[in-house]
Design a protein around this ligand. Structure first.
Ligand SMILES: Nc1ncnc2c1ncn2[C@@H]1O[C@H](COP(=O)(O)OP(=O)(O)OP(=O)(O)O)[C@@H](O)[C@H]1O
Ligand SMILES: [Mg+2]
Length: 249
């Protein structure tokens, strides 16, 4: 059974239908990529999956439960975590504090916890440190976020998503704006997370997509136009026309 499944998912903004009847099955433990040209509706699809706004129509089922219309905070608790296309961190906070906030926000017992110091929650600190370690930033735990490089910022963002102990990790262009070196590092990180998490990845860099994905879904003007293995997608004539511009090897 799919861990995450949508049926006829649709989102309209006025006259524009950004996501149009998308039916998607994400299998547990797989890395499933979503590709498509700018404005195809990929980020909007993530916004629907994470409850940023409700769909106009259609359903979302996560782990057998219908979560359509569930608010974002609740969905994060259920185990759907995302990283954003644009980075959202607190620049003056240390890396550890940035990750700690995310770990704390999704840790279980809220009641009676509010007026203690951060270090009084050792399990939350441990989770935050483990997430920093997973992205190779543990040695910079005490450095303020404003002092790290752009590449490290994207790694931090990934750690923030991991700190929520997600069951599905949604990554929106984790390599956007990175240098070739930083991109290689990010790809290695995503590869290392593969298998440990169910991952849904949005990415424009087609060589990355082809090398890391188990399955690929292609969006075009809000609709899914193809789904398959990297090999199948590369051979699909409609995909080549719509997206790859006929240049795929
Ligand atoms: N909150 C919103 N209000 C109105 N229109 C929106 C909103 N969010 C997205 N759109 C529109 O929906 C369409 C799909 O946008 P979306 O950001 O999902 O595309 P994308 O596939 O993520 O593109 P990119 O590859 O450039 O990130 C675009 O035309 C965009 O302008
Ligand atoms: Mg986008």
């Amino acid at each position: 059974m799919a861990l995450l499944e949508t049926d006829g998912l649709t989102k309209s903004f006025g006259a524009l239908t950004a996501v149009n009847g998308v039916s998607l099955r994400i299998e547990a433990g797989k890395l499933h990529s979503i590709i498509g040209p700018n404005g195809a509706g990929k980020t909007t699809l993530f916004n629907l999956l994470t409850g940023t706004f409700p769909p106009t129509s259609g359903t979302i089922v996560f782990d057998g439960k219908d979560i359509t219309g569930t608010p974002a905070a609740r969905i994060a608790h259920l185990g759907l975590a995302r990283s954003y296309q644009r980075t959202t961190v607190f620049p003056a906070f240390s890396l550890l504090d940035n990750v700690w906030v995310a770990a704390f926000a999704t840790s279980r017992p809220w009641k009676g916890l509010l007026f203690k110091n951060a270090h009084e929650y050792p399990q939350v600190v441990e989770r935050a440190r483990a997430a920093l370690s997973d992205v190779g930033l543990l040695s910079k735990a005490e450095v303020p976020a404003k002092q790290i490089s752009h590449g490290e910022l994207r790694q931090l963002e990934l750690a923030i998503a991991l700190a929520a102990a997600p069951r599905v990790l949604l990554l929106d262009e984790p390599a956007a704006g990175l240098s070739p070196d930083e991109t290689r590092k990010m790809v290695a990180l995503v590869r290392a997370l593969k298998g440990r998490y169910t991952i849904v990845l949005i990415e424009h860099k087609i060589d990355i997509i082809m090398s890391v994905s188990d399955r690929i879904s292609v969006m075009h003007f809000g609709s899914l136009i193809a789904e398959g293995t990297p090999e199948e997608i590369q051979r699909n004539p409609e995909v080549r026309r719509a997206y790859l511009g006929g240049v795929a090897a």
